[in-house]
Design a protein around this ligand. Structure first.
Ligand code: NI
Length: 173
């Protein structure tokens, strides 16, 4: 499957609470494959299904940007089991072009999910992996990194993004 178009703020798909996946089937595996392709061609370190307009609880994460197949994680219905510690680092999002802001995240998270075989897995993330996992799980609840910022900062960035969106629109239709 070719790379999919990435939804950009203020696309309403980014604000939906996504439904859990009921069954891991061929259609879901195909979507996951398309998301991996999209992630690698962006390139980015994480992508959630609503960013390609699919309102289901599916995320892909790859801190190696496609350089190390061992780092690719595809997580179905991911949910945090525990979170510890704190980190404050700069973060971006493929759906928020040009935005790079410091966001507080947990230092360690343990996530439970299904893999593409429908088996339950546990994934422990620390540092950058914990950050990406929390960022992508936020997307599944319609939450963006903007929502972690102060109100003044958030309003400023929203105005900037909307202006940019209007200016860019003719090139994307
Ligand atoms: Ni994002």
């Amino acid at each position: 499957m070719a790379a999919l178009p990435i939804r950009v703020y203020p696309d309403p798909a980014l604000r939906k609470r996504c439904r859990p996946v009921g069954r891991v089937d061929a259609a879901l595996r195909e979507l996951a494959g398309g998301m991996v392709e999209t992630l690698h061609s962006a390139p980015g370190v994480g992508l959630a299904a609503p960013q390609v307009g699919e309102e289901v609880r599916l995320i892909v994460v790859d801190l190696s940007l496609g350089q190390d197949p061992g780092q690719l994680r595809v997580l179905v219905n991911p949910e945090p089991l525990s979170a510890e510690g704190e980190q404050m680092e700069e973060e971006g999002c493929l759906s928020l072009p040009g935005v790079h802001e410091k966001v507080r995240r947990s230092m360690r998270v343990r996530v439970r999910a299904l893999n593409l075989q429908g088996e339950e897995i546990l994934l422990d993330g620390e540092g950058p992996l914990a950050r990406v996992l929390e960022h992508e799980m936020d997307h599944l609840d319609g939450k963006l990194l903007l929502d972690h910022l102060t109100r003044a900062k958030r309003d400023l960035l929203k105005r900037r993004l909307k202006k940019r969106g209007r200016a860019a629109a003719p090139w994307f239709v």
